[in-house]
Design a protein around this ligand. Structure first.
Ligand SMILES: Nc1nc2c(c(=O)[nH]1)N[C@H]1C(S)=C(S)[C@@H](COP(=O)(O)OP(=O)(O)OC[C@H]3O[C@@H](n4cnc5c(=O)[nH]c(N)nc54)[C@H](O)[C@@H]3O)O[C@H]1N2
Ligand SMILES: Nc1nc2c(c(=O)[nH]1)N[C@H]1C(S)=C(S)[C@@H](COP(=O)(O)OP(=O)(O)OC[C@H]3O[C@@H](n4cnc5c(=O)[nH]c(N)nc54)[C@H](O)[C@@H]3O)O[C@H]1N2
Ligand code: SF4
Ligand SMILES: [Mo]
Length: 743
């Protein structure tokens, strides 16, 4: 199906090739892979996409989403004018009225409740420049602790894991490492569907030089089905699995003692902790045969080079941060870091989720600074000239903000480029809070699930209609360019944010005529920092096809991989602030993390493990992909994957309507009976919102089922951890439109 669709789009593309006036250099705005492409323009309108053959990332290929990316630009449901709630209705207003209302509401909230009465919650598909402006407004002008991004749901655990092991939040390796690695270990990720061009690269290398592939996923995903070794662990059992691999490596001395001695701290503690996980014990805890665990350790330990790729099967599962630190340790004790073909490389989710982490997502300060470090706070405050504003505590996460709304303390919530009425866990609770607060929604589409609760709606420009930079999974800063005008009165996010700042009397801090001037300001804040951008200009990005940070002023190229000298910027001030003093600055820390076995299976009313995630055809809450016919037709409806044995026991057949019930709520979706999921586990894509968010009759959003449990360190919601039961409610008609996207 994938190839067939790809071919069809190529035909369409070639047809368009003859008709476009010009091709404009840009970068795909969907996933964190960061593929280079050209947008084809005819008479000022985007009409086609083609891959950039000289992009080192995608090497002349694109996936389905990239190919069709231009189709969302002129969709009739693009938001074109600001709207204001009057009773039950949303009525059009001018930008002046919209800005006046927002400024007044912010001022009132400040007067009544102080900075804490205002909250900002934004997405991970804005540009670096937009994040910078927004975080300057929140932290430097409003002084509110309430700013969070959907990176909280996405990469927060990876961020904290990297900080704890290495001192900073920075992916150490690059895609080139996939070309040279002898072994690739994919743990809790499905790149065939979610990072398709990374997957293509793996396949090419495998064909060329027989790269060994180990996949640890509870589901029989496409990567799992073609892997040399599929570690089909039970959901939630990453910790005993990785510990056991470490156990075997230590037992059989498959270690790099030179590296351990020179560059790490904590090996003895890690060794003691790993003793609890001999493969036979891990087999009990994970369901993975002991011999497979041993084989995985042998493959990994005996290879000269190895890369571990991980994503939401780690970040959203039990003990997420602990798992990231163990993955890091796996590479540290074997010396498989800081050299070609070696890295614990997290795949970033959204196109610019790493940009957000550099600027302030999940609580950091620009330049990968840590707000817990007084020197870092001072540096940013001095640069902005707002000494008193930057708060010492970590910013509040979105859950805390919702609790503040519940408590009547947060009065105005400004949501930008994220759709929490679909994507946040425990929807019933979330929607209650969205109803309660004065809600400002800034998005590119209307109608929209979250805008259903809005009091004020601001129409934004999207990818293709604005210029800026986005950073991919391998720290490559890429340029996205404005190719067409936004529809109607829609404005780009940077323009909107700067106007809000001006209306609040802070115009002097937001003097930029355009995004490049913002970039030039923010890059000063990165000078001599680990993500030094001072050597980068927009022109250079275009000419060189993206540059990997750090790239200090004067540097001829970016930096492919970090820690090549075995020095790790572990920062005692930061560790101390977290109560975890690392006595060995400059060394990576090997954490002896605890193991907390999962406990949710005690309740016989909810006998199934609830796993949620994605499919290739849709992106997140589908605001774009449901509007692209070629994609939506492939997966037009939500579904639940059920193992054939469980389905037989419950009398459920393919296509039947099933009620999935958890402690939080229920949904009605179609059954997909498939061995992709193990017995006792079910999987739902989280892409689908409710048909009508106000309607309670047929909820279908997977996040009705998920709970607000979070990782204790990163506060990331564990949306792959839950329990549920299944009830057949009616037989379905034959389903013609449910291809199995996994295999
Ligand atoms: N087509 C498409 N591409 C996307 C996106 C999209 O929505 N659509 N979203 C982008 C974003 S923002 C993100 S964050 C990434 C996400 O990319 P991925 O993380 O690859 O995607 P998911 O489907 O969320 O989860 C991956 C796998 O984790 C497995 N898993 C669940 N629990 C566990 C566990 O306890 N242990 C292990 N080892 N595995 C487990 C699931 O079975 C699933 O197959 O994709 C990006 N790319
Ligand atoms: N159960 C469950 N829940 C999950 C997950 C899961 O695996 N399971 N995954 C989580 C993860 S990893 C993620 S990243 C989140 C994603 O969740 P969301 O952030 O809610 O996902 P999107 O649909 O990408 O939302 C982006 C919104 O921004 C709008 N938009 C797009 N471009 C622009 C722009 O340039 N400007 C503005 N202003 N708006 C724009 C889109 O129309 C859309 O409404 O979901 C999380 N929720
Ligand atoms: S792999 Fe990701 S970045 Fe590349 S074309 Fe597909 S969605 Fe876009
Ligand atoms: Mo994500």
């Amino acid at each position: 199906m994938y190839n067939l669709e790809f071919r069809r789009s190529l035909e369409e593309l070639l047809h368009n090739e003859e008709t476009v006036d010009s091709w404009i250099y840009t970068t795909c705005g969907y996933c964190g892979t960061g593929c280079g492409l050209y947008l084809g323009v005819k008479k000022g309108r985007a009409v086609a996409v083609k891959p950039n053959p000289s992009s080192s990332v995608n090497q002349g290929q694109l996936c389905l989403k990239g190919i069709y990316a231009w189709k969302t630009l002129e969709h009739p449901e693009r938001a074109t004018r600001p709207l204001r709630r009057v009773g039950e209705k949303m009525v059009p207003i001018t930008w002046e009225e919209a800005h006046e209302t927002l400024a007044r509401k912010i001022r009132e909230a400040l007067e009544q409740g102080g900075p804490e009465a205002i909250g900002i919650y934004h997405g991970g598909q804005l540009t670096l420049e937009e994040y910078y402006a927004l975080h300057k407004l929140a932290k430097g002008v409003l002084g509110t602790p309430n700013i969070d991004a959907n990176t909280r749901l996405c990469m927060a655990s990876t961020s904290m894991g990297y900080i704890r092991s290495f001192g900073i939040d920075a992916p150490p390796g690059c895609y080139e490492d996939l070309d040279t690695a002898e072994v690739i270990f994919i743990l809790g990720a499905n790149p065939a569907e979610m990072h398709p061009q990374v997957w293509q690269r793996i396949l090419r290398n495998r064909q060329r030089k027989g790269t060994k592939l180990i996949v640890a996923d509870p589901r029989l995903t496409l990567p799992a089905s073609v892997a040399d070794l599929h570690l089909r662990l039970r959901c939630g059992s990453n910790i005993p699995l990785v510990y056991s691999i470490i156990y075997v490596l230590i037992r059989e001395n498959l270690l790099d003692w030179g590296f351990i001695t020179k560059a790490t701290a904590g090996f003895e503690d890690l060794k003691v902790a790993a003793q609890d996980f001999p493969p036979e014990v891990a087999q009990e805890l994970t369901g993975v045969p002991a011999r497979d665990i041993i084989q995985a350790a042998h493959l990994f330990g005996r290879a000269a080079t190895a890369v571990t790729l991980f994503c939401q099967g780690v970040n959203q599962s039990l003990q997420a941060v602990d798992t990231v630190t163990l993955i890091n340790s796996l590479h540290l004790i074997t010396g498989k870091i800081g050299r070609p073909g070696c890295a614990p490389l997290s795949l970033t989710g959204q196109s610019s989720s790493l940009s957000m982490r550099e600027i302030g997502g999940a609580g950091s300060l620009p330049g990968l600074r840590n707000p817990k470090n007084p020197r870092h706070r001072h540096e940013v405050a001095r640069f902005w000239g707002v000494e008193e504003k930057i708060l010492p505590q970590h910013t509040n996460d979105i859950h805390t903000m919702l609790e503040l709304i519940d408590a009547g303390r947060l009065r105005v919530l400004w949501v930008i480029g994220t759709n929490p009425a679909v994507s946040l866990p425990d929807q019933q609770y979330v929607r209650r809070q969205l109803e309660r607060v004065f809600l400002v929604v800034q998005d590119i589409f209307y109608p929209l699930e979250t805008a259903y609760y809005a009091d004020l709606f601001l129409p934004a420009a999207q990818w293709g209609e604005k210029t800026g930079t986005i950073t991919n999974s391998e720290r490559r800063v890429n340029l996205v360019q404005k190719v067409t005008q936004p529809p109607g009165k829609a404005q780009d996010d940077l323009t909107i944010i700067c106007q809000v700042a001006r209306n609040l009397g802070a115009g002097r801090l937001f003097p930029w005529p355009g995004p490049e001037e913002v970039f030039n300001e923010l890059k000063e804040l990165t000078r001599h920092r680990p993500n030094d951008l001072t050597g980068i200009t927009y022109n250079r990005l275009k000419a060189e096809g993206g540059i990997q940070w750090p790239c200090p002023e004067g540097a001829k190229t970016g930096t492919a991989r970090l820690y090549t000298d075995g020095f790790f910027p572990t920062d005692p001030a930061v560790s101390q602030a977290y109560g975890e003093f690392n006595a060995n600055p400059g060394r990576a820390k090997l954490w002896a993390v605890p193991y907390h076995p999962p406990s949710p299976f005690k309740d016989p009313d909810y006998p199934f493990w609830l796993n949620t995630g994605r499919v290739i055809e849709h992106y997140h809450t589908r605001t774009k992909t449901k509007r692209i016919l070629e994609l939506n037709v492939l997966i037009p409806q939500p579904f639940v994957e059920i193992n054939p044995q469980d389905a037989a026991a419950l009398g459920i057949k393919e296509g039947d309507w099933v009620k999935v019930v958890s402690r939080q709520g229920w949904v009605k979706v179609r059954a997909r009976v498939t061995p992709v999921v193990s017995k006792g586990e079910v999987f739902l894509p989280f892409h689908f919102g409710d048909l009508d968010p106000g309607e309670r009759q047929q909820p279908q959003a997977a996040n009705h089922l998920t709970s607000r449990i979070t990782d204790p360190i990163s506060r990331q919601p564990l949306t792959k951890v839950g329990t549920c039961r299944l009830e057949k409610i009616e037989s379905g008609k034959e389903l013609s439109l449910l291809p199995n996207s996994g295999l």
